[in-house]
Ligand binder design. Structure first.
Ligand SMILES: O=C(O)CCC(=O)C1=CC=C[C@@H](O)[C@@H]1C(=O)O
Ligand SMILES: [Mg+2]
Length: 321
């Protein structure tokens, strides 16, 4: 006997979460709970505003339609909305015991705010010092000076940078000019420096700074091919689709010798813990990009290890079925 429930939730975010020039005050999403033969599985469906094409209402309706069929023992293909396919595939994988329990809870520290605050946090970072810094929000020269200062001040720090396609080729050159050549190898990668892939690849060739694809992976008709200066891909499962689709994309990137980073789409703690398990399973040895729980004011259902944020249970969730 199959049972299913769908919950809607909303988490207040700390001030200052800006995505694609829009301020996000809350993170809203869905949890799907499947039960059958004494087993259960959970999944998170939380399309990311400004990045996902589907709205939460569209995701909700597609999920409800699918669940009605699943409860009647129909074997259905997953809906095409990536956030829905991902969440349902996680719930099915948990139900069938196919999502490994072991997680990689290390996270590349997501750095926001002023350099002084960064120094203390980064210097105290235990183990492999990997941090992610968003660039492209301020002047490129300032970004270059801050990044150079961080690399100079913390000799064992490696940085992941992300410009979210903010720079023109000139701005990208201005940034690179302020990074001492001997520090450039400690930039693990710079995600999406310029507005177009061609401009980003030219930047990588000219600057010697390794770049990574993130948004490009999801562009219509994009083909992943080996390129000089391309070192990594950043895979956001909520924006990509089912676990099976994620596995395909990870395998294709690894076959090209690229580093693959499993990255957050600002999911709840339940989604983030599942991403940590997917990272340990599909990209062992690579620190995932999951340090986004700090943006939230609470956890839901499952705790992120060592987070002291309050963890709320189903009583705050709105059942929809
Ligand atoms: O990848 C990480 O380390 C954390 C997640 C992260 O940086 C992002 C998540 C969602 C949208 C963006 O703000 C940003 C990104 O573009 O990678
Ligand atoms: Mg990115």
């Amino acid at each position: 006997m199959r049972q299913a429930q769908l919950y809607r939730w909303q988490i207040p975010l700390d001030a200052g979460v800006v995505l694609r020039e829009r301020r996000l005050k809350t993170r809203d999403g869905l949890f799907v709970h499947l039960q059958a033969d004494g087993r259960e599985g959970w999944g998170e469906i939380s399309p990311l505003p400004g990045f996902s094409h589907e709205t939460l209402d569209e995701a909700q309706q597609a999920t409800i339609n699918w669940l009605h069929g699943w409860r009647e023992d129909k074997t259905l293909s997953l809906p095409e909305q990536p956030s829905v396919a991902f969440g349902l595939s996680c719930a099915l994988a948990e139900l069938h015991g196919e999502l490994p329990q072991q997680g990689d809870y290390r996270a590349a520290m997501l750095c926001t705010g002023d350099p002084d605050e960064l120094f203390a946090a980064l210097a105290a970072l235990p183990g492999e010092k990997v941090a992610k810094v968003k660039v492209g929000l301020y002047e490129a020269v300032r970004d270059g000076m801050v990044v150079n200062l961080l690399l100079e001040s913390i000799p064992d720090l490696r940085l992941r940078l992300d410009a979210n396609r903010a720079w023109t080729p000139l701005k990208a050159q201005q940034f690179a000019k302020y990074i001492s050549p001997e520090y450039r190898s400690r930039i693990a990668f710079l995600e999406e420096p310029c507005k177009t892939a061609a401009e980003s690849l030219a930047f990588a060739r000219e600057s010697g700074i390794t770049i990574a694809w993130d948004e490009s992976l999801r562009d219509e008709g994009f083909q992943l091919t080996p390129q000089q200066g391309l070192g990594a891909v950043v895979v956001k499962p909520t924006l990509t689709g089912s676990l099976q689709r994620v596995q395909q994309q990870v395998a294709a990137a690894k076959a090209l010798g690229l580093t693959v980073v499993i990255s957050s789409s600002i999911e709840s703690s339940l989604g983030l813990t599942q991403l940590a398990r997917i990272a340990a399973w599909l990209t062992p040895g690579t620190i995932p990009g999951l340090d986004t729980l700090q943006l939230m004011q609470c956890q839901l259902l499952r705790r992120w290890p060592e987070s002291d944020l309050p963890c709320l249970q189903t009583e705050v969730l709105e059942p929809l079925l």
